[in-house]
Design a protein around this ligand. Sequence first.
Ligand code: HSE
Length: 313
Amino acid sequence: MQKNAIKIFSPATIANVSCGFDVIGMALERPVDEIILRKSSHSGIRILNIHGARLSTRPDKNVVGVVLYTMLNQLPNIKYGLEVEIFKNIQPGSGIGSSAASAAGAAVGANLLLGDRFTTTELVKIAMEGERFASGIAHADNVAPAIMGGFTLVRSYHPLDLVELHVPKNLWATVLHPKIEIKTSEAREILKKKVLMSDAIKQWGNVGALIAGLYQENYELISRSLEDVIVEPVRSILIPSFYKLKMECKKAGALGGSISGSGPSVFMLSCGKAKAQYVAKCMDEIYAKLGIDYTIYVSPINSQGIQWEWITE
Ligand code: HSE
């Protein structure tokens, strides 16, 4: 089969899984972006169409283009160009990894088209350049789970050291996306530059226990560990009714949750689909009264990460 065109399915992701600011991320089954990549006899990169979002089709001003340039710069012998079509189902600025889906999808797709030349860690590094372009910060806690699936831990950024974590079978996520804008760069600026030793102790206790909880499929331990004493108290002021939402969702049966990425989305984890759907109802009741437009997603954890199919033309 000629492998000249590929369709990539790149999932939404939740970064900063509660206590894991910048280091723990997870992939969702939905929503999912689609990206079509084709080899072209014209050299260079051309973004032909973007459906579902208003983003620049200039490759130097688009996350997909920036990632493709980053990859092609490492492969000086490639003689053909790339054409791209993007279908955005993950709204930019939602806090569920829209730029990451574009960046990771471009990296994985181009790598497959160009003969599978990069390791997973190299692909994450390349995709991180898309994140740097989008927000000024080359964080990996969205692109790593998008590429690797499941829960991922960034043990170290320098050098990049990624760890895949266990996904408990019954874990589901409910995500509320309030349609307000929070820029990642601004949500980082408001963070304190120093943390108290007493907060750091609580935080690393929670990170360790969360990971143990995932491996043991111990939902009570996961629930106790979903506590962020460093970032959430600062960023939550940007999200209307955040603490009410969190409290009511936990009363409705959620294990716990926090801000998804840098917001505005809020995620809750639950044991089982029925509870996750009940939590969605609870979110709906609270947000319906606020007069803010919103979308709610209920999704299992996506253990596979990015998927693809070859296109025969
Ligand atoms: N870890 C990043 C941040 C995620 O919170 O700034 C952004 O989606």
